[in-house]
Write a protein that binds this ligand. Structure first.
Ligand SMILES: [Cu+2]
Length: 182
């Protein structure tokens, strides 16, 4: 039993952790620490200088206010209805409203190719994701904000808005539509 080494909390394993760290190791610890501070400072700096915030106009809005604008927009320019969702044809250059809510995008838009529109997006309940297929345009739609995006469709056809932010049991059926006519 004499040669047997026991390792337990009472008899710590042998090592060199109690010896001072060599100069090179200290240097790397200092470099890593400075780098951590630089990255830490980048977080707030990037917010102001990085230009990563959503493009376009962004204002605060309550769900009720946005719904009022949306309903007025639908009332002014409605041309039909598809599966209970209004189809709306706004004039070129106008402000266009699309609301995300569980689990639909409303209204269905009819736009003219080449005309410019300001598309206002907002959510009336939870977070949703605006994904335009097949154009591969993605935008986060957060409740409480009115996001105004200037868009000029350069391609005719039917585009689908897919929700790419999981928003509940019927998330996979949350599909909207934008029809672009020549
Ligand atoms: Cu959704």
């Amino acid at each position: 039993m004499e040669n047997m080494e026991l390792h337990s909390g009472i008899m710590p394993v042998k090592g060199i952790w109690w010896k001072p760290a060599p100069a090179q190791e200290k240097r790397w610890v200092i470099i890593s620490f400075i780098w951590c501070l630089i990255l830490f400072a980048m977080m707030p700096l990037w917010h102001f200088k990085g230009g990563q915030n959503p493009a376009g106009i962004r204002t605060r809005v309550t769900a009720d206010e946005f719904e009022t604008r949306l309903n007025k927009f639908i009332k002014d320019y409605q041309v039909g209805e598809e599966k209970g969702i209004p189809v709306v044809q706004p004039p070129a250059g106008s402000d266009v409203y699309i609301a995300a809510r569980m689990w639909q995008w409303s209204p269905i838009l009819k736009l003219k190719k080449g005309a410019e529109y300001t598309i206002h997006l907002s959510s009336l309940d939870a977070n949703h994701g605006f994904s335009l297929y097949p154009a591969r345009l993605n935008f986060q739609v957060v409740p409480g904000y009115d996001y105004g995006l200037k868009m000029a469709p350069d391609q005719a056809g039917t585009f689908y808005i897919i929700c790419n932010e999981f928003c509940g049991i019927n998330h996979h059926n949350m599909i909207g539509e934008i029809i672009v006519e020549e």
